[in-house]
Ligand binder design. Structure first.
Ligand SMILES: [Zn+2]
Length: 278
């Protein structure tokens, strides 16, 4: 299909060439900036059979993109719809895929990266990030959760080589109504790279709740190879975690991590200083 010619100045400012688009127009929609764009190249191959298709018409696909000069932005991308030329193919009509976003996605890939940077690096809140994009809190939260899951869990070697396992609790919600589940989560971290000098600790998983059962269940869900290779488990002083390790990883050595050792010692000193001298 013929490449679309766009606006070089606008493409340079908005860096749209990097995401395979070229800008064809723009509009001020008050709180939003609308940018009309088109794909620079379109393959037009049927995703089902791989045969070249025939252009049928175009539709406008709306995508949330990075804010421009502080205003939330929507891309209106003119996407070709194509008819498959193979009469035996089950796919009669398809929409051309874009390199800047997954099929059916509401956001461009670069917005997802931007969301993670704002939340994880710049410590922005989900609300502030959502406001900058002009979208809802739930969408930003879901995008961040999905992206983290993809980064952490979809790596098939994610749980390989864990010899030193760190376990701790974390209060993820500071307000709780009666009857709601625990506001604690159990956090599991691979400390092996820290000890070997290979790099920083790695987040392995987080599970709702703080109990022996939560940790025992997580450990029992792992493969026998995983459980065999864990030599040391560092944890806080919570007896439930120690019980779970005794039951699921009997060969592993349990140690209290330095933070909790110092914390415990500081508590005892406070107690001592608060006790009247006799
Ligand atoms: Zn086809």
């Amino acid at each position: 299909m013929q490449p679309t010619t766009g606006n070089l100045v606008a493409d340079t400012i908005c860096r749209t060439a990097e995401i395979g688009l070229t800008i064809t127009g723009a509009a001020d929609a008050g709180t939003l900036t609308i940018i009309d764009a088109a794909p620079v190249t379109v393959s037009g191959l049927c995703p089902e059979c791989g045969n070249p298709g025939k252009l049928r018409d175009h539709i406008v696909r709306t995508l949330v993109d990075l804010p421009v000069v502080g205003f939330p932005t929507r891309l209106h991308v003119r996407v070709p719809r194509v008819t498959c030329t193979d009469t035996t193919c089950d796919r009669k009509i398809f929409q051309a895929s874009l390199t800047c976003a997954d099929d059916g996605a509401k956001l461009t890939h670069r917005v997802t990266r931007w969301v993670l940077q704002r939340l994880a690096v710049d410590r922005m809140s989900v609300s502030a990030t959502a406001k900058a994009l002009g979208v809802g809190w739930e969408l930003v939260n879901q995008v961040a959760v999905d992206a983290c899951r993809k980064l952490v869990y979809d790596n098939p070697s994610h749980l390989d080589g864990v010899r030193i396992l760190g376990v701790d609790e974390h209060v993820w919600k500071h307000t709780r109504r009666p009857g709601q589940p625990s506001s604690f989560v159990t956090v599991l971290v691979d400390l092996t790279p820290l000890v070997t000098g290979a790099g920083p600790a790695r987040l392995l998983d987080m599970r709702p709740g703080r109990s022996a059962e939560v940790l025992r269940t997580w450990l029992q869900e792992r493969s026998p190879e995983f459980r065999r290779q864990v030599q040391v488990v560092t944890m806080n002083g919570f007896a439930g975690y120690a019980t779970a390790v005794d039951q699921a990883l009997p060969q592993a050595r349990k140690v209290m991590d330095p933070f909790h050792v110092v914390h415990l010692a500081a508590d005892k000193l406070d107690l001592l200083s608060a006790t009247p001298a006799t």
